[in-house]
Every structure is written in structure tokens, then in C-alpha cells.
Ligand binder design. Structure first.
Ligand code: NAD
Length: 302
């Protein structure tokens, strides 16, 4: 049930950090329970090409998260000048490595490397990011498979906070393959009536003001304000931006939206931590599948 809050009240905080900690605890226990049956821990390989500084931070965070739950993580770091066929060879090596259950190609790649063929080269069974064409197709068809981490994290946050999309009007701002498209599909699979808004949408606010669930993934700092939000709506801010003065902000002007919304995810501490956690979930689910182990993580795989 959507939490309805009068204007002027403080919105329910969709706390991704707290939920991430709970899910990590579940993963930790599951790995501890099954590790001797499997004969090895789950393995996640992160492939990083070049020296993008933001990527370095993300990769380090993923590595730490793996350590917390008991996933063996390895980072393959190639120089920014590495030719595509050499990156491909590394992906093929990881595909063939029996200790690796999940592979993540850290984006963005250096200019000159086309991510499309490299993402397609990842074994779909080991696609920790859930972005392989085959796995996006499985999402469309409602078949099990690894799910795109950011929207799957959003679905977990809604569920955790008792916000059931069934029968609700949802608007997703953004139509990227990384966030917007799979987000809309997951909300639709959860029986919401979904509108996707994008850079060519006319009168955006007229659409978003109808939304009982509003997911904002426009990649534009402070883009969504009070004029876009229906009173009592659940607003999920996917955007993440470094402020020139330091610190992070999202796509939503939180101070303005908070008194209107029924629920709001903070930046930082909202969608970001859950994105990392879902990477771990996809890896552990793949490990369980490989070893014929029954897991209890279905609620996290929308
Ligand atoms: P993107 O640039 O690929 O897509 C942005 C989308 O927003 C596009 O589909 C575009 O049509 C739409 N858009 C742009 N301007 C618009 C406008 N004026 N009106 C309506 N729609 C508009 O970005 P992305 O990869 O989807 O990421 C979106 C944001 O989410 C970025 O800030 C990114 O950093 C962030 N992100 C965060 C996480 C996380 O873990 N928190 C994960 C992935 C992405």
C-alpha cells in the first residue's frame, strides 16, 4: 500500500543503505550455509579498462561488498589503450573460469572501445549486471534470469517499504537500457500502469503529476521539483551527481519534494547501495544454479 502523507509532512525515507545491509546479511548466511556443499565460495570478476576515477571508486566499493558477504572477488584491470580483441580475450578467459559466477564489465569504457560487442561476449549465465541482450529478453518475457541491478534494487526498496505497484500509475523518467527500460518492464511486471518519459516528452510535469510512483533517471542534477510531484507519491531518485562544492546530489530537488511526496529515496543512501547489492545477488543466484542449491532470494529477482 502506498503511504499517503499530507503536504507539509516529512516523506517516508526509502533507505537503500539499510536494506542493502539486510540483504548482505541474508547473502552472508546463505553463502556460509552452502559453501561446503559447493566446495568453493561464489566468485565475481570485475573487468575494468582504463583509469576513470569514478570507476575506481565504484570497483573498490564492489570489492568491499564482496568481502563483507563472502564472495571471492577479483579485479582484472587493463590499460586504457588495450585493443578490443584483448579485452575480448579477457572476457573469454573469465567465461571459462569455473570459479567465476558473475562477470561485470565496468562502464564507461575508454573512448574507442565499443561496449556493445564486449557486453554481448559475456556468458549470459554469468551476466552479473543483467544487461546482456538475452537477459533483457528474459525480463521482457518474464523468464528467470539475472536482472539489471539498479531497477531491481528499486523494486526491492519499494517492496521493503510496503509500496506495491499493482494497479498504480507509475512514471519512469528516462529510457536508457541501463535504467529506464528495465525499470519500466519491472514495474509493469508488478502490475503497475507505466509511462516512460524521455527527453522528447512534451509537458513532462503533466505526466509526472499523475504518478503514484515516480522513478527519476534523467541524469540531470536537480531536474525534478515540486511542480512534478503528485502529493503522496513515492519518488525514487536514481540520479547521482558530484556537486562542484563536494558531496553528491540526485536528479530530484529533495528539499522541495520531501514535504509533498509520501516517500522519497535519498541521495546518497538510496538507490546507489542497492545497485551494488543486486550485483552480489545476481552472482550468488548464479552460484546456486551452478551447484543445484536452493536459495531463498526470489523476492529480490523481479
Ligand atoms: P542516460 O543518460 O543513459 O539516460 C538518461 C535518460 O533521461 C534518457 O533516456 C533521456 O531521454 C532522459 N532525459 C534526459 N533529459 C530529459 C528531459 N529533459 N526530460 C525527460 N527525460 C529526459 O542515463 P542513465 O544511464 O539511465 O542514468 C541516469 C542517471 O542515473 C544518471 O545520473 C546516472 O549516474 C544514474 N545512475 C545511478 C545508479 C545508481 O546506482 N544510483 C546506477 C545507474 C545510473
Amino acid at each position: 500500500m502506498l503511504v499517503s502523507v499530507d503536504c507539509g509532512a516529512v516523506a517516508l525515507r526509502l533507505d537503500g543503505k539499510l536494506l542493502a545491509r539486510d540483504v548482505e546479511q541474508r547473502l552472508h548466511e546463505l553463502i556460509a550455509r552452502f559453501q561446503s556443499d559447493a566446495g568453493r565460495p561464489p566468485g565475481l570478476a570485475v573487468l575494468r579498462v582504463g583509469d576513470d576515477p569514478a570507476s575506481a571508486v565504484y570497483v573498490a566499493n564492489k570489492d568491499k561488498a564482496c568481502q563483507r558477504v563472502g564472495i571471492a572477488s577479483q579485479v582484472a584491470h587493463l590499460e586504457g589503450t588495450t585493443p578490443a580483441d584483448e579485452v575480448l580475450t579477457t572476457i573469454q578467459r573469465l567465461n571459462a573460469d569455473p570459479a567465476v559466477d558473475g562477470i561485470l564489465l565496468q562502464l564507461p569504457l575508454p573512448a574507442g572501445l565499443d561496449e556493445g560487442p564486449l557486453l554481448r561476449a559475456i556468458d549470459p549465465e554469468k551476466d552479473a549486471d543483467g544487461l546482456h541482450t538475452l537477459n533483457l529478453g528474459k525480463l521482457v518475457k518474464g523468464e528467470p534470469g539475472p536482472r539489471s541491478c539498479t531497477p531491481a534494487g528499486v523494486m526491492a526498496m519499494l517492496r521493503q517499504n510496503g509500496i506495491d505497484p499493482a494497479g498504480k500509475r507509475a512514471v519512469v523518467i528516462g529510457r536508457s537500457i541501463l535504467v529506464g527500460q528495465p525499470m519500466a518492464l519491472m514495474l509493469q511486471a508488478a502490475n503497475a500502469t507505466v509511462t516512460i518519459a524521455h527527453s522528447r516528452t512534451a509537458d513532462l510535469a503533466a505526466h509526472t503529476r499523475e504518478a503514484e510512483i515516480l522513478v527519476v533517471a534523467a541524469g540531470r542534477p536537480g531536474f525534478v521539483g515540486a511542480e512534478h510531484v503528485r502529493p503522496g507519491a513515492a519518488v525514487v531518485d536514481v540520479g547521482i551527481h558530484r556537486k562542484p562544492e563536494g558531496g553528491l546530489c540526485g536528479d530530484v530537488r529533495a528539499a522541495e519534494v520531501e514535504p509533498i511526496a509520501g516517500a522519497l529515496s535519498p541521495v546518497p543512501g538510496g538507490v546507489g547501495p542497492m545497485t551494488v547489492t543486486m550485483l552480489l545477488v545476481n552472482t550468488v543466484v548464479a552460484w546456486c544454479r551452478t551447484h543445484g542449491l536452493e536459495h531463498d532470494l526470489d523476492d529480490l529477482v523481479p
